[in-house]
Design a protein around this ligand. Structure first.
Ligand code: ADA
Length: 658
């Protein structure tokens, strides 16, 4: 039966023709230079080498697959000096059958990871760092020779397509197997109780008998019914079933596989927004980049979980997993906790005529590797592609191609794309996918909060049948920069919060929009940037790059989206004040907030999420806010002149990535 051997631990690594050093996988060589600004991080070929003992396996009945969760951006794999695989695309998983190239005893594996500049593999131009390396885990998988196998795009070999039918669900399953045999399958609930009949199919052994090749058989199983189906209902009840399938040959089970799935129905309506299982389900979303301070993209499962928990604490019910395929663990968490996902490929900023094949293979991998995740509700085909595209015709052709590919591979999910701010509503690229969304930073890159309402209303008036969303909106906010008169571009925590206060109200005026995604949940590295006094970073996160500081804007969203009682005093890090009367802003999801200075009650207020108290500062105050049994504290001191450390040293919005 299936076994997995992790290939972590120490590998010998060489960056370009530099000296060999020992590193631990997962690893990226851009953990430091990809985050320190200057747009000068090293892009090239890094080689990784490891000696390992051939695993124990039965050559008659088993195969050895070397599996990579992610090698950025392209990879070449050599076993004992022979090239055994090549892969383009730094965010999807890929595997190679190394059985025939394995020697008895010691073997040498060498992997070249390549993030050098080229015109073929996406991404090449974007506002984030393209970390190079084997930055996700590597495994040896001992697999049965005759097995379920999704083939070259890395699928599990099982595709589950449930459909709601009255109180029941009809579940169609397609499977791909190496060689013939008898497949049997049934569905169980989370307690392991069988909830469908067992279906059986006998498959003739023709065409798929060579386990080393991609030759495999596609088999449609007879449909199964789940009576009184329990739906996957987002955060409220993310119920999942398990499909259990076995493959038998000559009366003996040779492979078995279990795949979780959910039953749910999605619909996007241009006049009413997003629907889950026939009910309106407004998407309160954030986007997520995966990288971290000092670590880059080579993050651990615990870090994925920490990100996920922070997003759950915020109360978001949807995530745009930007701008590429994320780790499987993250999609699994979204499935488990009912978070609706926008999944996408890194077809971004610039259409490359030579990159067509790569957009297609990355899209195929995204869909095939993720088809069974109930959380994924839309496929995103590109981001801001008009920003610097030269060959418009070729770009549009490619968009049509990708859109059709998604529909053909997955008729159940709508497609979407994220348009660039300067891409007008009439641009043909905005009218290809089923739904559309814009990255708009009105009130940040350009002045005028009100423009958001204007833009949304105009689009809806002209294209009432096109579902519109906001794929991105945001503002930079540095937790160390402060102002009591915040202005656009000052990078203060206070302006960021004001901007988001406006945007949340704005979206409530257009409840027909199908989605909105804060850009971004976390600060992330963009080595070409130089803003906020910390080069190499995009600071639009609600949480800092090291995940240690939740900015005020985080609590604003929490006040809107989360049911867990809390109270938060804003501008806490803006301790040294010159004003006599302090305006203390408080965010809470409780209806009543009380503020104390020491033991003295200053006031009590009823309100809606945002509360403002006037407090005489004197020499300083030590405040305590209470709401719904929760408390928060802050200290403000009086100083005679403004503390210069709160003000941005750089002028204006200095180096942007474009
Ligand atoms: C673009 C891009 C994002 C993001 C944003 C920004 O809209 O899609 O990757 O970084 O710019 O912050 O300006």
């Amino acid at each position: 039966m299936r076994r997995t051997i992790p290939m972590e631990g120490s590998w010998l690594f060489r960056k370009g023709d530099g000296p060999e050093e020992t590193v631990a996988i997962p690893h990226t060589w851009n953990a430091v230079d990809g985050q320190d600004g200057g747009n000068d991080y090293w892009r090239g070929v890094g080689s990784y080498r490891k000696s390992f003992q051939a695993p124990g396996f039965d050559p008659d009945s088993e195969r050895v697959i070397l599996w990579f969760d992610g090698v950025s951006e392209s990879a070449k794999v050599f076993l004992n000096g022979e090239e055994t695989a090549a892969h383009d695309g730094g965010y999807s998983g890929f595997g190679v059958d190394i059985t025939d190239a394995l020697k008895e005893g010691e073997n040498t594996l060498e992997v070249w990871a390549d993030n050098s500049v080229n015109d073929r593999v996406y991404p090449q131009k974007a506002d984030f760092t393209f970390y190079g390396g084997i930055y996700r885990p590597v495994f040896l998988k001992i697999m049965p020779r005759w097995r379920f196998d999704g083939g070259k795009y890395g699928g599990s070999g099982i595709r589950i397509s449930p459909k709601i039918s009255g109180k029941n669900a009809e579940v169609s399953v397609t499977s791909w197997i190496q060689g013939g045999g008898e497949i049997s399958a049934y569905i169980s609930d989370p307690e392991g109780k069988k909830v469908s009949r067992t279906v059986r199919v006998k498959v003739d052994e023709k065409g798929g008998s060579d386990p080393g090749s991609s030759g495999k058989l596609e088999v449609e199983l007879p449909p199964m019914t789940i009576k009184n189906v329990h739906l996957w209902e987002g955060v409220k009840s993310p119920f999942r079933y398990t499909l259990n399938a076995t493959l038998e040959r000559a009366g003996k089970v040779v492979d078995s596989i279990s795949v979780k799935f959910g039953v749910r129905e999605i619909r996007i309506d241009s006049r009413e927004g997003f629907f889950l299982n026939g009910k309106k389900y407004p998407l309160n979303g954030v986007s997520r980049h995966q990288d971290r301070k000092g670590i880059g993209s080579a993050i651990s499962p615990a870090m994925h979980r920490e990100d996920f928990e922070l997003i759950r604490e915020l109360g978001a019910n949807s995530i745009r997993l930007a701008h590429y395929q994320h780790d499987q663990l993250f999609y699994d968490l979204c499935d488990e906790y009912g978070i609706v996902v926008w999944a996408e490929i890194p077809y971004i900023s610039e259409h490359m005529v030579n990159g067509r094949e790569n957009t297609i293979s990355q899209m195929k991998e995204l869909i095939i590797q993720n088809y069974n995740h109930p959380s994924i509700c839309v496929w995103g085909i590109s981001n801001e592609i008009t920003i610097s595209t030269k060959d418009r015709k070729d770009m549009l052709d490619n968009h049509h191609l990708l859109n059709e590919l998604c529909h053909q591979m997955d008729p159940s999910r709508p497609t979407t794309l994220a348009c660039y701010a300067m891409c007008g509503p009439f641009n043909p690229s905005a009218h290809i996918t089923d739904a559309v969304a814009w990255n708009l930073y009105l009130g940040w890159y350009v002045p005028g909060f009100f423009l958001n309402d204007l833009w949304i209303s105009f689009f809806h008036l002209v294209f009432p049948k096109r579902p519109l969303g906001f794929s991105e909106y945001g503002a930079e906010g540095m937790p160390n920069l402060h102002s009591n008169k915040p202005k656009r571009g000052d990078q203060t925590e206070e302006y960021q919060a004001l901007y988001h206060e406006f945007m949340l109200k704005c979206f409530s005026r257009h409840p027909w929009m199908w989605c909105s995604y804060v850009w971004n949940m976390f600060d992330f590295a963009a080595d070409a940037r130089d803003q906020g006094g910390e080069p190499g970073m995009n600071h639009k996160g609600l949480v800092t790059f090291d995940r240690k500081i939740k900015k005020d804007s985080f609590y604003l969203y929490k006040a809107y989206w989360s049911q867990d009682p809390f109270v938060h005093i804003c501008s806490k890090r803006f301790e040294n004040r010159t004003e006599e009367m302090l305006e203390v802003k408080i965010y809470s999801n409780q209806k009543r907030v009380t503020l104390y200075s020491g033991e003295k009650k200053i006031g009590e207020m009823s309100g809606d999420r945002i509360f403002r108290f006037q407090v005489p500062l004197g020499e300083g105050v030590s405040l305590r806010a209470e709401a719904g049994g929760q408390t928060d504290t802050a200290i403000f001191r009086h100083v005679s002149s403004p503390d210069p450390s709160y003000i941005l040293k750089q002028k204006g919005q200095s180096a942007n990535w474009t």
